[in-house]
Structures are given as structure tokens and as C-alpha cells.
Design a protein around this ligand. Structure first.
Ligand code: PRX
Length: 588
């Protein structure tokens, strides 16, 4: 669908008034200098995100409005967040957690996740987040590779960690969230004491024992601060490391793209198990002093509208699949709620189709603003801005401080409207600083002086970027990045499967769904029941979102002469396309 550009009449003064002149004159060096507030050019992103607010006039301002799955409600001011995280930081220190040690959070969206992230980074340790839907294998891959010393989790999720604990020699302690003490602790009531399992300590007992004063570790801007595992085409997930100065870009992008102002009530629907939840729930947006809403429950259009109405959300950051699901529930549902507080909408994670942009106008009288980035970029790199016209379907233009280009395979810029590889000029503040324990993987991201995104795109004559697709086999399903290799490995560990090839199949709602082609062991009869059994197996083993929604049994899979399964062929078969060059093909 081609739609006309949207020229907006804004009801607010945008933070970024003039894109072109800001882009031209922008200089990160100066901003980093301003944000390195400790002597010797040092900083700490938890200080920037939280403590600087807690120390100033925003100390009693609500930093976090939290609503739990069962409707529980909590509020935390910046001062409370700062003190709670100081206590956790002190607790970690008493467990001998040192600068550079990894502490992982295997948590649903509970308030303690935010407290812990700040506490870990305040003492200079590296905070890692893990999506709460991860099964034992996904957990083991990440905790083993990172060498995490401490894991913070809940009583419910603890059993999954227990299953793999024997394979994690570097793991020393598990902190368990005793959520029954959440309110007790905040209201200074006596804690309910229960015996913790072996090697575990209760979160709130730790907070009780430790002081609320902490000297924040003063870090070099390029010291590591947090890490996230993300998937590529091959191999196990990669541990992407981000440094303290990532917050500089996250703050400026939240200012320019999300248009965050300190009196906003901002809602980002992402889970901090993914980078969006870290960069734009904990870091960039808090650094600007806005109040943030976190909802721990499941997606439901009515509930989401109810939350916007109840908390008077002003800026809303979500994902295309969610927008499409809301659209499917009808604009009339949205109209039943008072959503007038909304002033700006943004979306990320997968292509935002023009219909979804336009649906925002229909339901909320506001368009969704698409923006593009990756776990590795640590923050938005291409975006639509409130002050700029939107071309529905386009990702927008590069952020101030970011040089983006579309190039050919020699790294040379291509002409407008010609498709090529989407690349960025290395060196922006939130660019990943390494891949944990895999330096060669890191090097592969750079070629001809560019950072290679792995995406294909074209740029039009006005400088707007348009997404074309991935350059590799990485799957994006409902905005979540899934590596085919991880799913294939899980599939072939099933006792009835010999081989598996996994692709992303286009889907109107979720962008893509995971489709698996499998061959079965001799004598195993293909059946619908077996498909379901395999799906359940992958779900439990890997993660709730990473199981193949579709499974097709095959007698053989297409392979190269060297035995590599050709996903490209499987995709072509699925889409009914020309198979391309089949000269190296072994069987089909
Ligand atoms: O393929 C691009 C797609 O998501 C990938 C990054 O995935 P992940 O690291 O999980 O991202 C987390 C932060 C957003 C990209 O390489 N992608 C992201 N945003 C867009 C997108 N594809 C199209 N349009 C977007 N706006």
C-alpha cells in the first residue's frame, strides 16, 4: 500500500524542532563531556538514569508506576529507586561481586528487575537480562557463556535455573524475589521470614540487611555496563556488550524520537529481557526524568486501553505486531476509552506497514512513528520524528550523530532508490563494544569501514530509508529475533527427528512465523499429534516464543554438497518462488 506523506499539525512543541540543522551541527563529543559528571571524565549510567533525579528536585517524583498481572499496583519515586538499588548494590558487594562480574536477571516485568539493573550497574558489574519465557536450554546457553556469578529470579522461575545449575560452575548465588515482602518492605513493616532453598537468598531480606547509602562506582564511559544475548544465522546466541556511555545516545534519542519531556507518563510495552526494555524503559527515558508505566500482564486490547486511560499515558512506544493486533480488535474498542492523554506514538522491531501507521490516526488521531535499530546498536539509529513528515512504510531518517548509508558489496554508496546493504559509520556512543568471549564474531560486523547491520534497504531521493529485508536467515516473529540455528538445534535433540531446517514464513499479523521442515527417524510415522508434541518440546526446551508454529515433514532436506541445509531453498519452496542456483544442491 502506497500512501501519501503525513504532514502533522502538532499540539506540542517538539524537542527536535529542525531535523536538518540539528543533524548538521550535532556533536556527541560535547554531550559525552557534559554527561561524564565524575572527576577524570568518569560516569555511571545508573547514576545518570536514576540518582541524578533522586538527588535533585525530582526526588519525590514517581519514576515507576507498576501494575502486576493480578492488578497489584505499586509506585516508586526516583529517591526510592535510588535507595533500593543502593541496598542491592551493597548486597552484591557483600557477595564479592566485583567490577566486570556478570549478574543476570531472569525475571518477568517486576519492579525488582529495575531495582536490580540499577544496583548491579552502580557497582560496576555487568547486568544481563533474560526473557522470562526462556526454557532450560536457552538459559544454559546464556548463563554458561556469560559466566554469570549471581542470578536474580523469582520463586516460580527458580526451578528452571535449578535444572541446569550443575552446568554453571561460575554461578555462586541465586537471589530469589520474595514478592510477598514487596509491600512489607516498602511500608516498613516486618518482613515475613521463610527458609530459602540451598544457595539462595531472599531479595528483601538482603535489602533489609544492607544500607541505603552507596558510593556509586565511577566508570570510564567505555567500561562495560550491560549485556544482552541476541541471535544470528549460525551458532549459539551472542552476548552483546554495551558500555556506560550507551546512555548518552539512549537519552538523546529518547529526547528526539520519543519526544520525552519530564512531565510525560511514558509507556514502553517492551520486556527488559530485550534491548528496548533496557534502553527505553530504564535508561534513556528515566535520564530525562519522565515517569514510566510498566505492566506485567499479558497483551489484551481492552486492558491496554484501560492502562492508557487510567495512568494518562502521554507517550507510547510499542511494536508493529501489537499495533496490528489492536487494529484487529477494531477502532470502536479504542473509542470506548478516554485516550486523549496520548500525544505521541512510536513503534519498533519489525517493518511497520503503512496500514498500521494509518490505523493510529483512525483510532487515536495520531500516527505511529516507525524507528529502526538493533540490539547491537544499543539505541535508535533511523527514525521518524514528530516534527518531520511521515512517509508511511519508511523507517525515516538517521538520528543526529548517526551516519547511515546503503551500499553495494564493495562498501560503496548506491544511488537513491537502489537496494543495498544498510550500514552505519562506527563510533556512535551506544554501539556495542564487544561480543562476549567471541572476538571474531565482533570483527565480522565491520567491513569497508562500515558497521554492517545485516539488513537490506534503500534510500529515496529525500533521504528517507525503506526497509527491504534481512540479508541473512534471522527470523523476526512478533518483533522478536530468533536464530534458525537455535531452533534447529532444539528440534534435532528431539528423539524422533533426524534433521531440521527452519525459516521465517511471512505472516500478516506477526511479520513472520517460524516454520520448520523436519525429517523423521526410520519407522516414525508423521502425524498431527507428533507435530504438537514437537512444538511443546521446543517451547519447553528453548522458549515460549521460539517454537515452530508450522511443521512440515519431509523425506529429505535440500543441502549443499558439504552437507549444509539450504534454508534459502526451503524459503523459496514455501513462497513458491524460483529456486535460484541449484548447482551445488545435493538432494531435495
Ligand atoms: O531486521 C531488523 C529488525 O529487527 C532487527 C533487530 O532486532 P533486535 O536486535 O531484536 O532489535 C531490537 C531493537 C529494536 C533489525 O536488524 N527491525 C528493527 N526495527 C525495524 C526492523 N525492521 C524493519 N523496520 C523497523 N523499524
Amino acid at each position: 500500500m502506497k500512501t501519501k506523506p503525513i504532514i502533522k499539525k502538532l499540539k506540542f512543541i517538539p524537542n527536535l524542532k529542525n531535523y536538518s540543522s540539528t543533524y548538521k551541527n550535532f556533536d556527541y563529543k560535547k554531550i559525552i563531556k557534559e554527561m561524564t559528571v565524575f572527576p577524570g571524565g568518569k560516569m555511571n549510567l545508573a547514576h545518570t538514569a536514576c540518582d541524578q533525579n533522586a538527588m535533585g528536585y525530582r526526588k519525590n517524583k514517581v519514576a515507576l508506576y507498576w501494575e502486576g498481572e493480578e492488578g497489584q499496583e505499586m509506585k516508586y519515586t526516583f529517591l526510592e529507586m535510588s535507595q533500593l538499588s543502593n541496598r542491592l548494590g551493597n548486597a552484591l558487594k557483600s557477595m564479592e561481586v566485583k567490577k566486570g562480574d556478570r549478574v543476570f536477571l531472569f525475571l518477568p516485568r517486576v519492579p525488582e528487575l529495575f531495582v536490580s539493573f540499577l544496583g548491579i550497574t552502580k557497582i560496576g558489574a555487568i547486568a544481563g537480562t533474560l526473557f522470562s519465557a526462556f526454557g532450560p536450554q536457552a538459559l544454559e546457553d546464556r548463563l554458561q557463556n556469560s559466566g554469570a556469578k549471581v542470578v536474580v529470579t523469582t520463586r516460580e522461575l527458580y526451578s528452571r535455573v535449578l535444572k541446569i545449575k550443575k552446568n554453571l560452575p561460575e554461578l555462586k548465588k541465586i537471589i530469589l524475589i520474595d514478592d510477598w515482602n514487596r509491600v512489607n518492605f516498602m511500608e516498613e513493616r516486618k518482613l515475613t521470614k521463610k527458609k530459602a532453598p540451598k544457595d539462595c537468598v531472599w531479595f528483601y531480606e538482603l535489602l533489609e540487611k544492607n544500607k541505603q547509602y552507596l558510593r556509586v562506582a565511577q566508570m570510564k564511559p567505555t567500561d562495560p555496563a550491560f549485556m544482552l544475548y541476541t541471535s544470528g544465522t549460525t551458532g549459539k546466541p551472542k552476548g552483546v556488550i554495551h558500555h556506560h556511555q550507551a546512555i548518552v545516545h539512549e537519552m538523546k534519542s529518547a529526547e528526539f524520537v520519543l519526544d520525552i519531556k519530564e512531565d510525560d507518563v511514558y509507556w514502553c510495552t517492551a520486556d527488559p529481557g530485550w534491548v528496548t526494555g533496557i534502553a527505553y524503559e530504564i535508561l534513556g527515558t528515566w535520564a530525562l526524568g519522565a515517569s514510566m508505566l510498566v505492566y506485567a500482564g499479558r497483551f489484551s486490547p481492552a486492558k491496554w486501553y484501560d492502562l492508557i486511560q487510567e495512568y494518562r499515558v502521554t507517550v507510547w512506544y510499542t511494536a508493529p505486531t501489537a499495533v496490528r493486533m489492536l487494529a484487529a480488535s477494531g477502532a470502536s474498542l479504542a473509542k470506548k476509552y478516554n485516550l486523549k492523554s496520548l500525544r505521541h506514538l512510536a513503534s519498533v522491531g519489525e517493518p511497520l506497514n503503512p496500514e498500521a501507521v494509518m490505523w493510529g490516526i483512525k483510532a487515536f488521531k495520531l500516527p505511529f512513528h516507525d524507528n529502526y535499530w538493533q540490539t547491537e546498536t544499543g539505541g535508535m539509529v533511523i527514525a521518524n520524528y514528530p516534527s518531520m513528515k511521515i512517509k508511511p512504510g519508511s523507517m525515516g531518517k538517521p538520528l543526529p550523530g548517526i551516519v547511515a548509508e546503503v551500499v553495494n558489496d564493495k562498501g560503496k554508496s548506491v544511488k537513491p532508490n537502489v537496494e543495498g546493504a544498510l550500514v552505519l559509520k562506527p563510533g556512535w556512543p551506544s554501539m556495542m563494544s564487544k561480543i562476549w568471549r567471541r572476538p571474531n564474531k565482533y570483527k565480522k560486523y565491520f567491513e569497508h569501514g562500515w558497521y554492517i547491520t545485516g539488513d537490506r534497504a534503500y534510500k529515496d531521493s529525500e533521504g528517507y530509508f525503506w526497509f527491504v529485508g534481512r540479508d541473512d536467515d534471522v527470523i523476526k516473529t512478533a518483533g522478536e529475533r530468533v536464530g534458525p540455528f537455535e531452533v534447529e538445534s532444539a528440534l534435532v535433540s528431539h528423539p524422533k527427528i533426524i534433521e531440521a531446517g527452519v525459516i521465517g514464513k511471512p505472516d500478516p499479523m506477526r511479520g513472520e512465523i517460524i516454520k520448520a521442515f523436519v525429517t523423521l527417524k526410520k519407522g516414525v510415522r508423521p502425524s498431527e499429534a507428533l507435530k504438537e508434541q514437537i512444538q511443546q518440546y521446543v517451547k519447553k526446551f528453548l522458549a515460549g516464543h521460539a517454537y515452530p508454529k508450522e511443521i512440515e515433514f519431509m523425506d529429505n532436506l535440500p543441502k549443499t554438497r558439504s552437507g549444509k541445509i539450504m534454508r534459502r531453498m526451503l524459503k523459496a519452496k514455501e513462497l513458491g518462488l524460483d529456486m535460484g542456483d541449484t548447482s551445488t544442491l545435493e538432494v531435495f
